[in-house]
Design a protein around this ligand. Sequence first.
Ligand code: PGA
Length: 254
Amino acid sequence: MRTKTIAGNWKMFKNLQQSEELILGLTKALDFSLGSVKVIICPPFTSLGLAGTLVKGSPIALGAQNMHAEDEGAFTGEISPTMLKSVGCEYVILGHSERRQYFQETNESINKKAKKAIASGLIPIICVGETLEEREKNITDLIVSTQVRGCLKEIGAADVEKTIIAYEPIWAIGTGKTATPQQAEEVHLLIRKLVGQLYSWASAEKVVIQYGGSVKPENAKELLSQPNIDGALVGGACLKADSFATIVKSATLS
Ligand code: PGA
């Protein structure tokens, strides 16, 4: 049985005060039984320290949006996995399409970070997904498979079983266009089968595969009720406590 996992990617939104308001609002709004649903928030680096203190003792877990692949060093402007651990992070988003697009991240660099995250005791949320052009050319399977293979390279079965893969079709991110539950389910199944091929079916059955791309309260339930959609990576809709809580609620019902 896979744990339904809902993560909020705050991106470059919310200063310290706004972060505090959102987290306090969220702890109030999540006033229902979460059952076995896992809730993760990924605020910007500047809010992680405060967030770590505020979520302590609550059912909300903390994640970062990126990290460097070294523990320390002369890397001006970077944040290391040990730094993330020290403020209470348990998760880290890696290879988000915005990082691939604007910060030249590749499957190779994401793989390096994923291995380092695991070695540091962080759970990576590895993002994959095709562009609209790639979907229209009918090469979604090839693109996503290449990303999954590249990002999971040299990661052992026990670690892969704990890793989260987020399928985020780029054309659905921040656009209001959501993949239909069927379109998403198709790619999720492809990813699960690929993990089965690379490792074993037992491992594939344990991997949590989230969907991301314009997930909102109105479409969450249908997406989350697909057999291979194990959660959501939410952008825009996680910036308001009520809408994020409604998405989490959908996960408890699906
Ligand atoms: P969105 O972003 O929900 O705003 O489309 C999702 C993401 O980029 O993780």
